[in-house]
Every structure is written in C-alpha cells, then in structure tokens.
Design a protein around this ligand. Structure first.
Ligand code: ADP
Length: 497
C-alpha cells in the first residue's frame, strides 16, 4: 500500500526529534494515537516534559548561528525537496491524515496534502526575497536589514495537522529561524512521519519536535529565555495562557483562534451554488474547521427553497470509513470532540432552536464504532444564542433569517470572532458593500473555502492576530535592523573640543 521506500506507512512509535536524533522522552510515558473510525491504536508518541523541552530549545539555540547564516539557495533547496518528497508520498500522507484524524481520504488527497505542499513551494521562493531596504539622505545612507528572529516555538492543533505544520515551519525556515514545534497530542501521526522522513535533509537542531500534552510542555517552552517568538493555533483559553507565558520574556505572538463565521445569502443569490457552499461548510472535515461558515444568514424570501435543498444535500452525505474514497464525511477526530459536539446539540434544543435535520450521533452499519455525528441544521436560531456564538467545531450549521441588508451586516458582526465569512449575491456592488462591512479576516464571495495561494489568512477580534499563508507572515519571522551610515566627515561641532 505504501510508496515509502522502507515499506511501512508509519512507525509503531515515535519519540521526540531533538538535534536531528529521535530520542525517548524523559518521562517514559507515552500517548496512544487512535483511529477515530474504529478506536484502534495506530501508533504511540512520547509524552514530553520540561526536560525534553529544554533539550530541544538548547538544540535549536545551538543550530541558530549557522542556520541563520545559511544561503537562500540552501534554504530554498530544502523547502523544494520537502515539497518533492511530499508529492512522491502524497497517497501515504493523505492516508495518515485520514487514519488519525478521520477526515475523508478525498479531502486529505485533494485538499490537505496539496495545501501543505503549496506552503513549501510558496516559501521556497521567499528565501530569496527577504531583502531589506535602503534610504538615501544628503548626508547619510540608511540600510534596513531583515534578520531571522531566532528560536521559534510553534504549537499546532489536531484538525488539519499537515497544513498547520507546513504553514508554520515553511516561512520560519525560509527566513532562517530554528524551531521547536509541539504537535497536538490526539492527532499528529502524519506530522511525526513527515519529520521522520525529512530528518535527513533538515540540518540537526533546525527543527525539533516535542510531542505531548500542552500543559506539560507549553509553559517551559514559551517562557524559555532563548525562545524569541511563539506561533500558536488553537482555542482561546489556551491562547490566553500562551499570551501570559509570552509576556514573561516579552516575545511576539501570532495567534489563530477559530471562528463562528457568517455566510450571508442574499435574495438574488445563485441558490444552488450557495446550498453547495453551505453543505461544504457544514461537512468539510466534519465541521472541524476554524473557517467554517457556521452562522448561515438566509434572506427570508429564499429561506424555504434554500432549506429544502440544504436539508436534502445534508441527508445525502455519505458517512462511512474515511479511508474509502467514496466517503464524504468521517467521524469527529476524538471522543472528546464528539462529546463536545453532542453537548451543543443538547444545548441548541434547550435554547429553543429547532432541528431541521440531524441532531444526534449517527449510527448504522460501519458507523457504530466511530465518533460520527449526523450533519445538522438548526433553525429558529437567534444570533445571541450560545449555539450561534460559540464554536461547536462539528457538522452543525445555525440558520438565522434576515430581511434588510443593514440588519444582516450588523448581526454578522455581533460575534467575538472574526476569522472568515461568505457573501452570496449576483449584485457586485452589494457583495462589495457587505464584504467591506464585515469585521473578519477573509470574505469569500460566491464560493466558500475559496482559498487562494498567498492570500493572507488570520483573524479580527478574538480570532487572533497575525497573518499566515502569505508573505506577510515573513514579517513575524524576521526582525529589522536599521543601520545609518554617516556620509559627512569630521565632528558635527556641537561641543568645544
Ligand atoms: P483544541 O481545543 O482545538 O484542542 P487547544 O488550544 O487545547 O485547542 O490545543 C491546541 C494546541 O495547544 C495543542 O497542541 C495542545 O496540546 C496545545 N496546548 C494545550 N494547552 C496548552 C498550554 N497550556 N500551553 C501550550 N500549549 C497548549
């Protein structure tokens, strides 16, 4: 099955990657990586602790002087080689992502791994474009140098591990930084196998991987005096801790923290296209996507037609074994996540919302051992309900009707989040007006999830700050130094000398 030269799709166990060597963790404790489709154990990772973190940061610090002086050619070559190897083992990495996360193979093959490859190709080019600036004055020349920032701590979540890993390490490496990364403890099989495969081309100490539970390693990592920057993607409560840790040594942060994005469907929209967008937004990665358009604002004149089509589309979604290419939606990534989604399904009923379709765990042949939830539409929702304000992170969409453009523009912004959004209308001026009114980092007009290479991605408000997936991110991984060269000879004559 595998096209890995050494035969196996993945290892039975992974340690930490420190200074180019795979080592057992200091604690000796391990964490099982499970397949959420059947609960079977796939592999195990080390449960890291402070001692492991300190060793990893030491390795990254020691590697920094040489790596930060590496030529752009060397960094570009490594990033291209990573992309090339990912293409060679595309099927393997897609399968690994599917096995551990539960996302359908059709998504990991055509979305996750290609997006990860794209990050390496995008930033391979950036290695040559980290130039500074020069300023001319009558009496001086100003030079602005762009320097790598140093050792970067990078903490990633479990929903799209390969994309998260790639969007964090590719720009950091292109800019000449060294890294200590902590992948998520529940889902990281693809990422561990990736670093196993790549550890012969990434110089020792340049990328170090410490696996384990966040609270056991997070504080030591982020407060370490040699760590100069932290990039984090995950939940708001964890981000608040990350910011506290980062305040100890005053290090900069980039934070991407989820969303509750609005999709606004106008009365003049192409209904079939919008229904497809809402369906995709509900079921893609079983709704475990920070960008999901989970607040669906339907103009009241098209609501009935829309909901009939939307309900049919969700009821036709093929749930099943995610490693079957025909499957359209898999199980939630963990029992914990499944239970969290179920608690929101109960909450919706308590808050007075109605369930148009779904609303419970999915069962039946091939589903009973997995963490499956039925794709769900809540109607009779008001924007102030908790199900409309909190990130459910499951295949659940809340429908809110509207009549006037001014009202929907106000309601869309009544959210603590601001990561993405969608507008569906055939009127360009209206699309433009609504999109510019939205307090959110990305707006897709007439096609949801229309991710385009090099477009900035990041949040307004509590969705975080900093932009990734674009060249702006290089500003987060570099620091400028201004050098002024005086062109006038002699002293200025200010003092009696
Ligand atoms: P989610 O709710 O999506 O799992 P989390 O914020 O809990 O989001 O997790 C995202 C990442 O943050 C994971 O890699 C997790 O292990 C890590 N994490 C959790 N707690 C901490 C912490 N106290 N410090 C640093 N990282 C943490």
């Amino acid at each position: 099955m595998s096209n890995n030269p050494n035969g196996a799709l993945h290892q039975k166990e992974y340690g930490h990657l420190i200074n180019g060597a795979w080592v057992a963790g200091d604690s000796g404790k391990t964490i099982d990586l499970l397949n959420p489709f059947n609960g079977e154990k796939l592999s195990q990772i080390a449960a890291g602790n402070s001692k492991d973190v300190n060793a990893a940061v030491d390795a990254a610090s020691n590697a920094f002087p040489e790596w930060s002086q590496s030529s752009p050619n060397q960094r570009q070559e490594i990033l291209f080689e990573i992309a090339r190897r990912l293409k060679v083992r595309l099927n393997d990495y897609a399968m690994l992502e599917t096995l551990n996360n539960g996302k359908p193979l059709r998504e990991s093959l055509h979305f996750d791994i290609p997006q990860a490859i794209n990050q390496f190709e995008l930033f391979a080019g950036a290695a040559f474009h980290l130039h500074g600036q020069s300023f001319d004055y009558p009496d001086a020349i100003g030079l602005v140098h762009r320097e790598p920032i140093g050792v970067c701590a990078q903490i990633i979540p479990w929903n799209v591990p390969m994309i998260m890993m790639a969007c964090k390490i590719a720009p950091a490496l292109a800019a000449g930084n060294t890294i200590v990364m902590k992948p998520a403890e529940t889902v990281c099989l693809s990422v561990m196998e990736f670093f196993r495969e790549m550890s012969d081309i990434i110089p020792p100490g340049v990328v170090n991987i410490i696996s384990g539970y966040g609270p056991d390693v997070g504080e030591t990592l982020i407060t370490h005096p040699d760590v100069r920057k932290v990039a984090f993607t995950g939940s708001i409560p964890t981000a608040q801790k990350v910011m506290q840790y980062a305040s100890k040594n005053i290090i900069p942060q980039t934070l991407e923290l989820g969303g509750k994005s609005a999709q606004i469907v106008c009365d003049d929209a192409d209904i079939d296209a919008a229904v497809e967008g809402a369906t995709m937004s509900t079921v893609l990665n079983k709704g475990e996507v920070c960008l999901a358009g989970s607040r669906l604002f339907l103009h009241e004149t098209i609501q009935d037609e829309f909901l009939e089509k939307f309900k049919t589309a969700l009821e036709n979604i093929r749930l099943g074994d995610p490693s079957d290419i025909a499957t359209q939606m898999g199980p939630q990534a963990s029992v914990m996540q499944r239970d969290k989604v179920c608690s929101y399904l109960e909450l919706g009923a308590e808050e007075g919302a109605s369930i148009l379709t779904g609303g419970q765990r999915a069962s039946g042949v091939g589903l009973d051992d997995g963490n499956f939830i039925q794709p769900t539409i809540f109607t009779n929702v008001t924007n102030d309900m908790r199900i409309a304000q909190e990130e459910i992170f499951g295949p659940v969409t809340c429908v809110i009707p509207w009549k006037e453009d001014d009202d929907v523009m106000r309601l869309a912004n009544e959210s603590n989040y601001g990561l993405a959004g969608g507008v569906w209308t055939t009127n360009l001026a209206r699309a433009h007006k609504i999109s510019r009114s939205m307090q959110t980092g990305t707006v897709w007009i007439n096609r949801y999830y229309n991710l385009k290479s090099a477009m900035p991605l990041g949040g307004y408000k509590q969705s975080g700050f900093g932009r990734e997936f674009c060249f702006d991110v290089l500003n987060h991984y570099t620091i400028t130094k201004s050098v002024v060269i005086n062109l006038q000879e002699g002293a200025m004559g200010m003092y009696d000398q």
